[in-house]
Write a protein that binds this ligand. Structure first.
Ligand SMILES: [Cu+2]
Length: 464
């Protein structure tokens, strides 16, 4: 047996860990918060060997190390309050496991016997439900139904044999509304015992969530049901979400779980992926279907697989408010409203008020980036992120799949922006608004003569 497997690695605070193996050897690249990696997990064996697997990569996250005890894989989760950063400039007191939200990914192989200790450092009781995993009723983790609650300071142990493979999750089944709203959740990946039907070169893990972290506050509000402030992949918002890196031609799997309060139509640019599995396990090949958008419902998981094509490709939820950061929802619609004159009046009541939105909201990022529109403390601008051609005007559940011809196997570092081959970028051919002779339809009968839209006053973009 590999000596690494015999070691029991202590987790220290917010230490970020990574699987230590041939295909995920860049442990330091998993360390995103500047904390020192204090441990490595047992090295998985080669995928070609029996029972081996290619470890997953949890974007911005980590995999929980285990130790082998008499043939049983032992894990230890600690439920605790943590300090979490959604993106620089926005932190909160959250609850999670072993120092992070989401908790570390648990990774094992079909047929494994697993023993999972759960220590409760929270101020109230908890439990852990192994979402989608087939096990004895008493191991199902529903507080009050299948077990007594785990009281503060107590440690419980769960033990079962994995009789399936696929993409699964874990979360409390005790005061669920609160405990999940403040970040308690993680992914549980079970690799097939007999290998994959198609070789997987990169295996990413993304857990979707939403947060009511009201601007100026430091605790997520569990009472909110729909109007959330932050939409996250692995508890991060764009642009703090890592890119998914791959080499051209590699087969990439993205395993997506959703423990938020909304369904998320996850859209991938550049390819038609196949949906190859769910929390019901890997689907038989005959059930795989090509899509470019797949709804990951609340409480569901989906596996998406594709062959990587060179470029920088957006990957995001298609609910457009889910690719925004904190914003007000109960505001008047200013689209098309001339607010000149009004701004000065309102400023007498609300110093710093900025009229916006007459020609759309894109100017929002200009205002925040230039620093003259300052929001409340501890929140993020609605729109963020810069690309090689300008502002991305995004936030929330958005990241980029970065595929290059020259990425080394197992290299997950951000390769920078895509160098587009000459002649393959959309470009300006005219700055004359009357360019060309496009076919257009006129205003509807009876429309006022002045119906023709007035040009937007772009001088407002240079405001301040
Ligand atoms: Cu969404």
């Amino acid at each position: 047996m590999n000596p690494l497997r015999r070691q029991w690695f202590r987790l220290a605070g917010l230490g970020a860990l990574a699987p230590f193996g041939l295909w995920a050897h860049r442990a330091s690249a998993q360390n995103h918060e500047g904390h020192t990696a204090t441990a490595v997990s047992a090295a998985p064996s080669s995928p070609s060997s029996s029972g081996g697997y290619r470890p997953v990569r949890t974007l911005n996250g980590w995999t929980l190390p285990h130790r082998m005890v008499d043939g049983v894989k032992e894990f230890h989760l600690v439920a605790e309050e943590i300090e979490h950063e959604f993106a620089p400039g926005c932190r909160a007191k959250c609850w999670g496991y072993n120092g992070t939200t989401p908790g570390p990914t648990i990774e094992a192989v079909e047929g494994d016997r697993v023993r999972i200790y759960v220590t409760n450092h929270l101020p109230e009781h908890t439990s852990v439900h192994w979402h989608g995993i087939l096990l004895p009723s008493g191991m199902d983790g529903v507080g009050g139904l299948s077990q007594p609650h785990i009281q503060p300071g107590e440690t419980y142990v769960y033990e079962f044999t994995l009789r399936q493979h696929g993409t699964h999750m874990y979360h409390p089944h005790a005061d669920e509304m609160v405990q999940m709203a403040v970040g308690m959740m993680g992914m549980f990946i079970i690799h097939p015992r007999d290998g994959e039907p198609e070789r997987i070169d990169r295996d990413y893990v993304v857990l979707l969530h939403n947060w009511a972290l009201h601007p100026g506050t430091y605790r997520p509000d569990p009472s909110v049901m729909q109007d959330f402030d932050l939409w996250t992949m692995n508890s991060k918002v764009f642009p703090a979400i890592e890119p998914l890196v791959a080499r051209s031609g590699e087969r990439v799997r993205v395993r997506i779980g959703n423990l938020s309060m909304w369904n998320h139509p996850m859209h991938m640019h550049g390819v038609q992926f196949h949906v190859t599995g769910s929390d019901g396990g890997r689907w038989p090949k005959g059930l795989w279907r090509p899509e470019t958008t797949e709804i990951v419902g609340v409480g569901q998981t989906r596996d998406l697989e594709f062959v990587a094509v060179p470029g920088d490709w957006a990957f995001h939820c298609h609910m457009s408010h889910h690719t925004m950061n904190a914003m007000g929802h109960e505001i008047p619609n200013t689209l098309g409203v001339d607010q000149s004159g009004v701004e000065a009046e309102i400023r007498k009541l609300l110093p710093g008020y900025m009229a916006m939105g007459q020609g759309g909201m894109a100017e929002h990022q200009e205002h925040t980036d230039s620093g003259h529109m300052t929001g409340p403390e501890n929140t993020l601008p609605m729109m963020m992120g810069k690309g090689p051609f300008g502002n991305l005007e995004m936030g929330g559940m958005f990241t980029v799949i970065k595929v290059r011809d020259d990425v080394a196997t197992g290299d997950f570092r951000d390769p920078g922006w895509y160098p587009n081959p000459k002649g393959t970028v959309a470009h300006r051919v005219s700055a004359d608004a009357d360019f060309g002779a496009p076919v257009r339809r006129g205003p509807p009968p009876g429309a006022p003569a002045e119906f023709k839209a007035k040009p937007v006053d772009h001088s407002r973009m240079k405001h301040g």
